[in-house]
Ligand binder design. Structure first.
Ligand code: HEC
Length: 191
């Protein structure tokens, strides 16, 4: 019994010094994160699809290569947040995951292998910034650029990817796999 009291005391001690988010704040960040991700993915996938119609997959790769990061950066500035897409197997080295993102990526991989649903997460990082994370799953339409080379990825696309991304790890995916995460970092909470 005494041990249990000590344990409760420790929990109270830690929870009082560690900054934390109230349930209301978590809900608000989750809603904002959901909205930002929704509009960012619509913007990325809408432009990708129109480029595909205009000039096929080669044109679309040029778009991803030149415009994916500028689009997310522009949206980030508009919302006063940082927006990133990252993965355990990245294509663009600029999208390398940080330590927190790595933990989240492994967490989602574990959930997926247990057959659980993957929901967005909100947490405070060690610098006191609220972070929002959401899973990115592989869909059929992603496979022509993230599937198996020479099978789903045609030879011309494969060659371009190899030239633009010599260290590309983002291939060999199957529909339903975890492609990566959206990671949104909000301004530091002043408490
Ligand atoms: C026309 C080819 C193409 C298609 C289709 C495509 N991607 Fe990509 N993807 C790319 C390229 C090229 C990059 C690198 C972008 C950059 O340089 O920022 C990329 C990067 C990414 C990244 C950022 C992390 C990284 O690996 O650098 C994610 C996440 C991603 N794609 C997910 C998807 C998903 C999910 C789909 C389907 C809904 C998809 N992609 C469809 C070509 C494509």
């Amino acid at each position: 019994m005494k041990v249990a009291y000590h344990f409760i005391f420790l929990i109270l001690l830690f929870s009082s010094c560690e900054p934390s988010l109230s349930e209301k704040e978590i809900r608000q960040y989750k809603e904002q994160g959901d909205q930002i991700v929704k509009s960012a993915s619509e913007k990325l996938s809408g432009t990708l699809m129109s480029k595909m119609k205009e000039g096929g997959p080669l044109e679309a790769i040029g778009f991803c290569n030149q415009s994916a990061l500028p689009i997310t950066k522009k949206m980030a500035a508009y919302h006063d947040v940082e927006i990133k897409r990252t993965s355990l197997k990245i294509r663009n080295p600029e999208n390398l995951p940080n330590e927190e993102e790595l933990k989240v990526l492994h967490y989602y991989e574990d959930k997926l292998s247990e057959g659980k649903t993957l929901n967005p997460l909100v947490s405070l990082d060690p610098y006191g910034k609220p972070n929002y994370y959401a899973p990115i799953r592989v869909e059929q339409k992603c496979l022509m650029c993230h599937g198996t080379p020479k099978q789903q990825i045609s030879s011309p696309i494969d060659s371009i990817l190899k030239v633009k991304y010599p260290e590309d790890l983002a291939v060999g995916y199957r529909e339903g796999d975890l492609r990566g995460i959206w990671s949104i970092s909000f301004p530091k909470l002043e408490k």
